[in-house]
Design a protein around this ligand. Sequence first.
Ligand code: SF4
Length: 250
Amino acid sequence: MNAKDKHTIYTLLKTADAYECGFIREKFAGEPVFGDDTETNHTVVSTPSTGSGTATTVSTENLGLTIEELNAKILRCTRCGLARTRNNVVPGMGVMNPQVLVIGEGPGYDEDMQGLPFVGKAGVLLDRMLAAIGLDRKTNCYIANIVKCRPPENRNPLPDEQAACFSFLETQIHILKPKMILCMGKIASEKITGQSISINQRHGEFFEYNGIPVMPTYHPSALLRNEELKRPAWEDLKKFKKYLDQLNSN
Ligand code: SF4
């Protein structure tokens, strides 16, 4: 509430009290100083109905923007320290109302150089994985990251960097309205589900984010490092696709 509204309410109460008592009481003799509330305005956009999930709030700061306007704003962002070391900001790419939003943790070297998500070796593998279940960033997917700027030396994004950037992703999800979300690796899975996730133990399970089904699975980089993970990752994708087909047939 802003100071003006608070003052109006105070004056109404003071008038009503004086009318009731026939005089102004001592507690209303002095005039308090009111300030604006500084808390960011948030609005709940939806609540999960079943399963493990999170009902999060979305910052109202960027609501009403188109995805192009939001991404243009992300390109100018200097909210966290990653702005100092990046070459390019990587807001994301894909289509509106995608079947699937794919979320990684942050840009790597190639992504930072090109300003596009998942374009290095891991990106090529991701595109193959998606193609195997009929998905493609050019026609029915959107690809984004938890942080939009590359952490130096490809380290994990720090909690304060994730926190600084997360409202952008929240708003992207709100605007894009994907049918399902696929989280690549631990960082993305934990941030979206709000839970501590061991990918080895919880990959292929379904969670929810504001009513949208979410599945954590292995990051393509992990599959490049360890071939043995490709089989369980493929099983995850088949399960994910089956759920998506069910949603589309309802
Ligand atoms: Fe802004 Fe996100 Fe880049 Fe940090 S990582 S500067 S919050 S766009």
